[in-house]
Design a protein around this ligand. Structure first.
Ligand code: ADP
Ligand code: ZN
Length: 721
């Protein structure tokens, strides 16, 4: 009899054993349907001897009901899942679930009926039909998806179907994607590009695990360079995964990819339609999706034959997931490359200190592109000292920046103002009584958004319309905005330069790939004079006519005392500076600051990256901070404040004593209330060699908490709030 141990997708259960009936083939990795009591549940057959379980008597074992018609999850992916569960102290089933990320895909291929407009004119027009006819141009999707796109009910669409305005189309839900052509438009690489590409190509051809740090200044042509490695993987008949930190970047990436390879890659991110997810997942598993570009969740896709992984903008903190399974996609990408025996390319102009350290230690191969492609010069960087040159009251742009903006406007060139703060103002108060608008669910102020006329919490999404009277004192029209957000800066530009065409670029305005594509098209067509944006505009974009970058407040990221505050400030400003002067015209960067002597600002102004990184590295080494020490956080939360505090104290009281391990806290988290939960934190700071995971496991395992308490472990934390 064949007995298999399965991961089941039920948080309360461990692995369970089942019998494989004769004639059924269920090798490790098979996705199966299992009986559990009177129910049927989804399961994943796991490798023999890898999971603890009990010796349930054989004759009592129940039989696997069905093996779902998808290839078994490949061995390298199973090893990755195990590794993530161990390293990040996450339940195996929670990690495995990330690999089975399309339930529709598991049910097998077949056809789906989609619908599209026929082009007929309706005999009877209603406002809803008019809206649907307008919004459904060029769309083809299921009824439910069309209803969502058109913002009408499915009944309206059914009516239109009856009238012949819509027609059904039977599509193969499993159809492969067009294959990218590695020879389509190969560029002539500059010498430094060719040298870097050759190393990566060799590793692809050898099917060898080798992590690369592709360290090239902004505009050096990193993308074209790693495209050569992509081409080599395609030539070898293998698949490629490219990770990007934000969906907003995919639009620009897709068009560049298409120019190079003749067709778009397959995309994977959270805003895909269910039908798109299903097709992508299945084609990744069957090998018909050759190049996938995606967000961090794409790391857990079941590639049939992976040949290369690229992590672009690899320093970005967006690669760190901070809920559910708390993993760092950059690190997981390297592990997947290891298990798949393929090269992993981490591309960045401002690498994470951790990555540079790995290169230093000889674990990663560092490939350097020291100059911009095509002879473009790096921009000239100057500091505007705000203590000497103040903007007028109620304004945020100092005279030198205003002059520079006006100059670009005269010349018909583009400018970019960077401020990492969404909305109009970070704090709103009543001028009469001083009341401050606070989120009821979080310890955070509500941020005014004038474009959408609401006060919003950036942590939980709570929103209210701005009230006509102060809720505290009842005074009408009393709200004053404190401090600037990007919307307020855009207003200021509008007032100073009435003719300027200003675009606000944040995750609010670029929420979908379509909106991002629209913005890129407008900027490229020079329909925008001034871009005002958050960190979203710091990366990836290439606008040749953009010659001025203004950093509105360089000091903003430096307070807070976060481990990576200086590093992050350096990265953000260097990246946004890198948007200037990428074409034939030289670029200029003005950094507004109150602390021109701060090490990070001085390094930016003098362009001395190495000195900055060296000083930062030394500081971390001395403090025993990552990457020289190993940190972990324990976050305890509950809707009940006392319950959270008691649980945190219980954890603190049970702390193990181990040489070389320092445990700090529990203390109320800086964000002590988040989404209605009260939070406490502990920080574990250990030697690099300490077995932190084992320590935490042994520490927490015997403790019991009330059902309302959540205890989350964050290994290698990025967030300390
Ligand atoms: P990075 O990602 O390093 O900031 P990009 O990859 O965006 O730089 O390259 C900057 C610009 O130079 C882009 O417009 C890109 O298309 C162009 N470019 C880079 N390498 C080549 C090449 N070998 N041939 C032609 N154009 C190139
Ligand atoms: Zn909130």
């Amino acid at each position: 009899m064949t007995r298999v141990r399965c991961i089941v997708f039920n948080a309360a259960l461990g692995a369970l054993d089942y019998r494989v009936p004769t004639g059924m083939d269920a090798p490790p990795g098979s996705v199966v349907v299992l009986p559990l009591g009177p129910r049927q549940i989804l399961g994943l057959v796991w490798d023999e001897g890898e999971l603890p379980g009990d010796d349930y008597p054989e004759h009592k074992l129940r039989a696997v009901l069905e093996v779902l018609p998808v290839p078994p999850l490949p061995a390298p992916l199973r090893r990755l899942i195990s590794w993530c569960a161990d390293y990040y102290l996450a339940p195996l089933s929670a990690v495995a679930r990330m690999a089975l990320s399309s339930s529709a895909a598991l049910k097998g291929g077949g056809t789906v009926t989609e619908y599209r407009l026929t082009g007929e004119e309706p005999a009877r027009m209603t406002p809803q039909r008019l809206q649907a006819l307008d919004l459904l141009q060029g769309e083809q999707a299921t009824m439910r998806e069309l209803a969502e796109i058109a913002g009408v009910s499915e009944a309206v669409l059914r009516g239109m179907l009856g009238q012949g305005l819509l027609e059904p189309v039977l599509v193969d839900s499993d159809r492969p994607y067009p294959a990218p052509d590695p020879q389509f438009a190969a560029p002539d690489l500059a010498e430094q590009q060719a040298a870097a590409a050759a190393d990566m190509v060799a590793a692809v051809k050898a099917h060898r695990f080798q992590p690369f740090l592709l360290d090239g200044v902004t505009g050096s042509g990193k993308t074209e360079t790693y495209f050569e490695a992509v081409a080599a993987a395609l030539e070898a008949g293998r698949q490629v995964l490219v990770l990007l930190p934000e969906i907003a970047l995919t639009a620009a990436f897709l068009s560049r990819f298409e120019k190079r390879f003749g067709t778009q890659p397959v995309t994977w991110h959270s805003s895909l339609k269910a039908s798109e997810r299903r097709r992508a997942w299945r084609q990744v598993a069957f090998g018909g999706a050759r190049v996938v570009v995606g967000a961090r969740s794409a790391l857990f896709l079941p590639f049939a034959d992976l040949g290369l992984i690229v992590v672009d903008e690899a320093h970005e903190i967006a690669f760190k997931q901070d809920d559910g399974v708390r993993y760092n996609a950059r690190d997981v990408a390297v592990m997947r490359g290891h298990f798949e025996a393929v090269p992993v390319v981490l591309a960045s102009a401002t690498p994470a200190l951790e990555s540079l350290q790995m290169a230093e230690a000889g674990r990663y191969t560092r490939l350097v592109l020291p100059s911009r492609f095509g002879g473009a010069l790096l921009p000239k960087i100057a500091v505007v000292n705000l203590t000497e040159m103040q903007p007028p009251r109620g304004r945020w742009l100092a005279p030198p920046l205003v002059e520079a903006l006006a100059d670009r406007l005269d010349k018909g060139e583009q400018s970019l103002l960077f401020l990492n703060r969404r909305g109009y103002a970070p704090l709103t108060l009543c001028r009469h009584c001083g009341f401050r608008f606070k989120c009821p669910n979080c310890s955070a102020w509500l941020v005014e958004h004038r474009l959408s006329q609401r006060l919003a919490c950036h942590h939980c999404g709570h929103e209210v319309p701005p009230p006509p009277v102060c809720p505290e004192c009842g005074e009408p029209d009393c709200l004053v905005a404190c401090g600037p957000g990007v919307e307020r800066i855009a207003d200021e530009v509008g007032e100073l330069m009435p003719g300027a065409r200003v675009a606000v670029v944040t995750s609010d305005t670029l929420a979908s790939p379509a909106a991002a594509a629209e913005f890129v098209a407008q900027a490229e067509a020079k329909a925008i004079d001034v871009i005002v944006g958050t960190q979203l505009v710091t990366k990836g974009f290439h606008f040749p006519e953009l010659t001025l970058v203004g950093v509105v407040d360089a000091d903003m990221g430096l307070d807070g005392g976060d481990l990576r505050a200086a590093e992050r400030t350096y990265q953000q400003i260097a990246q946004v500076a890198g948007r200037a002067g990428r074409g034939a015209k030289p670029g200029e960067v003005l950094i507004q600051t109150r602390h021109p002597k701060a090490a990070v600002i001085a390094a930016l102004a003098s362009g001395d990256r190495d000195a900055f990184y060296a000083a930062e590295t030394e500081a971390r080494r001395e403090a025993g901070a990552p990457p020289f020490g190993r940190w972990a956080a324990i976050i305890v939360s509950s809707e009940d404040e006392a319950e959270a505090r008691d649980a945190a104290r219980a954890i603190g009281g049970a702390q193990p004593r181990e040489p070389g391990v320092l445990i700090l806290g529990p203390a109320p988290a800086p964000l002590s209330l988040l989404r209605g939960r009260h939070r406490y934190r502990l920080l574990i700071a250990a030697r690099r060699t300490a077995e932190v995971q084992k320590l935490i496991k042994g520490w927490l395992a015997p403790l019991r908490f009330p059902p309302g308490v959540r205890v989350a472990v964050d290994i290698d934390p990025y967030s300390f709030v």
